[in-house]
Design a protein around this ligand. Structure first.
Ligand SMILES: C[S@@+](CC[C@H](N)C(=O)[O-])C[C@H]1O[C@@H](n2cnc3c(N)ncnc32)[C@H](O)[C@@H]1O
Length: 338
């Protein structure tokens, strides 16, 4: 029985799981995450970073029972993820908000998922994050655009869950740029600092004028999702494949990968889609594993690692990946010259 190099899983005897391609640091698997997670070694993963499919919530006929089924389905991944996570590992799950059917009332499904993962599966909430996408179009049309009853929904909840309070994390790796005001204060503290109590009653002392390389980031992450001319998008168009419709902006997985892992750690996306997580992990020298059940999405996700590939080689890869039973190596063409 052969072992997969990057992730310690053994899929040799699972006909419903297939490694489609491998890069320098990662492995892209076609299959159902629940099947693959079962094959993985216990406590082998440092970070699971993912965004599940929202299909059930989008269905026009969506009712309470279906919502409960969706929550139960998602929470059923909790024990599988917990099993493969290291003791100091993290599980980060991005969940878009939704309205109840036929009323301007919010679904509580994302909070139920959080409660299920904590109360039923034993995860802890390390911190709740909110991803604000300023480029989101106003929706839902009925309540926002037509009846003007609700504000536009442009924030996703991102739950950072952990197994232990000692979860690995280093906020110094994700410092935010200083504000202009802070930059001035650092340049000339005497001129720009006046000792006064803040409205909160806290005394600000001069050590706040020290340059730490950036500001501690807030748990509100602001990333527009406006990618339209990346290599991935351009190649999808050139090859005639539809780009994945619900991609992360790369900055989102990048933030959590830098924050919660070290180089060479293993990052897994269990609902990988176009493998934005894998791309971010590869760029920062983390090992990665992506699991996605749609073959076309897995094949197209390889474009992310083919920046310097001629289009004809990419087209050959696509044809091969449709039928090949063996993992295809996807590395920079530059790397193969040496
Ligand atoms: C919201 S998308 C993820 C998008 C991804 N974050 C990106 O940046 O491209 C969720 C993906 O999960 C996949 N999926 C749904 N159920 C799955 C399962 N049981 N195992 C693996 N993948 C699944 C869907 O095909 C879909 O591509």
């Amino acid at each position: 029985m052969s072992k997969e190099s990057t992730n310690g899983a053994n899929i040799a005897e699972r006909p419903n799981l297939q490694t489609i391609y491998q890069t320098e640091h990662g492995t892209a698997v076609l299959g159902m995450a629940e099947d693959y997670l079962e094959t993985m070694e216990k406590e082998s993963v440092d970070l699971v970073m993912t965004s599940p499919p929202f299909a059930l919530l989008r269905k026009k006929t969506y009712g309470n029972l279906e919502q409960k089924e969706y929550v139960d389905w998602l929470v059923s991944f909790g024990p599988l993820v917990k099993h493969v996570l290291k003791e100091r590992g993290s599980f980060v799950i991005d969940l878009g908000g939704a309205y109840k059917k036929g009323a301007p009332l919010r679904s509580l499904y994302n909070f139920r998922v959080l409660l299920g993962l904590c109360d039923d599966c034993g995860f802890h909430l390390a911190e709740d994050f909110y991803w604000h996408n300023p480029s989101k179009l106003p929706s839902p049309i009925e309540w926002v655009n037509k009846k003007k009853l609700r504000a536009k929904d442009s924030v996703n909840t991102v739950w950072w869950l952990c197994k232990s309070p000692e979860a690995k994390a280093n906020v110094s790796n994700v410092l935010a740029p200083y504000s202009d005001r802070m930059k001035k204060l650092i340049q000339d503290p005497e001129k720009f600092y006046s000792k006064a109590k803040r409205p909160s009653g806290h005394d600000i002392d001069m050590k706040f004028g020290k340059d730490n390389g950036g500001a501690i980031p807030p748990n509100l992450l602001q990333y527009p999702n406006t990618e339209s001319n990346s290599h991935y998008i351009r190649t999808c168009k050139a090859i005639g494949i539809k780009p994945h419709p619900a991609r992360f902006p790369r900055a989102l997985p990048e933030f959590f990968i830098k924050f919660l892992t070290d180089p060479d750690d293993l990052v897994v996306d269990i609902f990988a889609g176009s493998n934005t997580t894998g791309e971010a992990a590869e760029a920062f020298g983390r090992r990665w594993l992506s699991i996605e059940c749609n073959r076309e999405y897995v094949i197209a996700s390889a474009f992310r690692f083919m920046e310097d590939w001629p289009e004809s080689d990419i087209a050959d890869f696509v044809e091969k990946a449709k039928t090949s039973k063996h993992p295809i190596r996807v590395v920079s063409k530059q790397a193969t010259l040496f």
